[in-house]
Design a protein around this ligand. Structure first.
Ligand SMILES: [Zn+2]
Length: 79
């Protein structure tokens, strides 16, 4: 099928509860252990590249303000 074994594309809420304050678009290629992509930090608005070892749960850190962007599983509970 696809070239990717993992893909995510989602918005991130900030501490104040604004739901689409940030976003993450990332993927892992087949045969790779590297998560690649880009993000927009929901706290400071910094936009940066993602390039880190892929492991779950995914935790991304904003390069600018060090805000930790958590990505809980999308399955199941949705408001
Ligand atoms: Zn930030």
């Amino acid at each position: 099928m696809g070239m990717f074994r993992y893909v995510t594309n989602r918005t991130l809420s900030n501490k104040a509860g604004k739901e689409d304050a940030g976003r993450v678009k990332a993927f892992v290629r087949n045969g790779s252990d590297t998560l690649e992509g880009e993000y927009k930090c929901p706290e400071c608005g910094n936009e940066g590249k993602i390039n880190q070892v892929f492991k779950k749960p995914i935790n991304l850190k904003c390069e600018k303000c060090n805000f930790l962007m958590r990505m809980p599983k999308l399955k199941g509970k949705r408001k």
